[in-house]
Ligand binder design. Structure first.
Ligand code: SF4
Ligand code: SF4
Length: 334
């Protein structure tokens, strides 16, 4: 059902929504940027329309709302073990189609990648609802159309923001919030062309010799292993485990899981001190092939959704979109 809301009506809707949901969206972190006197756009709790930043792209993705950077899995004391409870409130997130598709890719890793679902991911993810922000222009670094991630049906409510706000309410869960508002047919539109395009290699064209190709050496020279591209990515899911002892003789403590990234030193270290992928170019290859090759073989879609954040945040101006094009060129010329 479609509805039309004034800006004041939208703020009233948000106020009522917050009684049952924690509401997150892209918002400005004033002076939170990496350089002096610069802002950072990130995902934060929003209370009114004015809190939403709809014209600038977020530096971080929304994944940390339901997949925390650091999470305690359980605590132990003597022989007892307890699992921390989580906030019982549901979560509503304002986000764009690329990020909904990105969360679909995370769901596959945590919930469909074997016989068992990840309990800790699922209990938070089950509480999440999607409020789609209509996106028809994108930003300079986006290439969602190339990755076939510009469209989605996985939303509860779709919204077009303007002088007035149009809403397509798909989930019955949210119909009561719109009762009594003016009805107006509304069908969300999706971007059809980004300013940036990438050429994906055919999956069959990715052969073992490509893994040894010279092209990866450039990244050994340029990448500084900061991991920004991993932490800003909506689809990077890797974590490491940490056991923390809080008392004498390890009788008390907790086990945590913490985001990890394939570009960072130590990620591929193993017992005995050996580390796979010592060269940063090897790490770039590992990430690239996961995003556009082996994930596809397993799940039938590419993991990368073309949000372009990795290109936005890299301090070395390494372009992942450019890397995909280079792989395509090499694959095509053989
Ligand atoms: S690899 Fe880059 S463009 Fe692709 S989903 Fe991750 S951050 Fe976005
Ligand atoms: S953001 Fe750039 S420099 Fe940092 S790890 Fe990623 S590719 Fe390397």
């Amino acid at each position: 059902m479609g509805y039309q809301l004034s800006r004041e009506q939208f703020d009233s809707f948000l106020a009522r929504l917050q009684e049952e949901y924690r509401v997150f969206g892209p918002a400005v972190d004033v002076d939170g940027g990496a350089l002096a006197d610069t802002d950072r756009i990130t995902y934060k709790e929003v209370r009114c329309l004015g809190d939403l930043e709809l014209n600038r792209k977020s530096y971080f993705s929304p994944k940390e709302i339901f997949y925390p950077v650091r999470e305690t899995l359980f605590r132990f004391c003597q022989g007892d073990t307890t699992e921390p409870q989580i906030d019982g409130k549901k979560t509503a997130i304002f986000l764009r189609p690329c990020d909904i598709n990105g969360i679909d890719r995370l769901d596959a890793i945590f919930l469909k990648n074997g016989p068992l679902e990840d309990f800790y991911y699922k209990r938070r993810r089950d509480k999440v609802r999607f409020f789609l922000i209509e996106c028809t222009t994108g930003f300079d670094s986006c290439f969602c159309v190339s990755m076939n991630a510009n469209r989605t049906e996985l939303f509860d409510v779709a919204l077009r923001f303007g002088d007035e706000i149009l809403a397509d309410v798909k989930s019955p869960e949210f119909e009561p919030y719109f009762a009594g508002l003016a009805q107006k047919p509304f069908e969300v539109r999706f971007i059809e062309k980004n300013s940036k395009e990438v050429r994906l290699p055919g999956v069959a064209d990715i052969t073992p010799d490509l893994f040894e190709h010279e092209l990866w050496k450039e990244y050994s020279a340029r990448c500084i292993a900061c991991g920004r591209c991993n932490t800003s990515c909506i689809t990077c899911s890797c974590f490491t485990m940490q056991d923390v002892s809080l008392g004498a003789e390890n009788q008390m403590g907790e086990r945590r899981r913490i985001w990890a990234g394939c570009h960072v030193n130590g990620f591929a270290d193993i017992a005995g001190g050996h580390g796979y992928r010592q060269q940063k170019g090897d790490r770039m290859r590992f990430k690239t092939m996961h995003k556009i090759y082996d994930y596809y073989l397993r799940f039938g879609k590419h993991q990368c959704v073309g949000c372009g954040r990795c290109d936005d945040v890299c301090p070395q101006y390494i372009s992942f979109a450019g890397c995909i094009n280079k792989v395509s060129d090499v694959a095509a010329e053989r």
